[in-house]
Write a new protein. Sequence first.
Length: 249
Amino acid sequence: MIEWVMYIVLGAALGTLGGLFGIGGGLIAIPALGVLFGLDQQLAQGTALVMVVPNVLLALWRYHQRNRIELRHAVPLSLCSFVFAWLGSIWAVGIDAQSMRLYFVGFLVALAVWNVARMFLPVRPPSNQLRYPWPWLGVLGSFAGTMGGLFGVGGAVVATPILTSVFGTTQVVAQGLSLALAAPSTMVTLLTYGVHQSVDWGIGIPLAVGGLLSISWGVKLAHALPEKVLRTLFCGFLVVCAVMLGFEL
């Protein structure tokens, strides 16, 4: 019982972060599960997805309520992400656990460097409209889906900075579209990991309960924070995740 309470509290913290950054909480849950509970990389990724899937679905609904998500943009992103997340997850379960951990650290470092660098690059004012429509949305969905399936993060953490920097959207619009992209990809990735026995349901289910209790607070906070503050927090979040996972190597 005490363990379940601990997992629910951890899930609540991760759910708040997932709602704040529009990523479902999986990116920090994976290193947390490895550091705190000693799970290998694939098992940590699969277990985190149990929490991520309902968190992403709830956060998507909340974002859509506050800031309507355009279906003409969300549909191509989601369809391409679904297909390539399935392929990425099949690839992931066949990789050696230690190698996967090393790849994941590199993935986080690359994300952190990119997000920090783009804060110092000249940018045009963000807009609610996308600079590039189809087929570039399909390219983004395919790439983000592959990364999401491979690393169990849903693809939103990849899509969000690309949507803001390349496609020119505001942070909130980017996070809403990223959640639409992540919803189908996280479900097919969880299914693949589950079939290959890379999920600890005893940990994942209470994490999901805690996340569902708190993710709405994160979404509310995201809409209250200034654009620059939200982007700065997102970059700091990526650095923290990279440091956490580095302790496992």
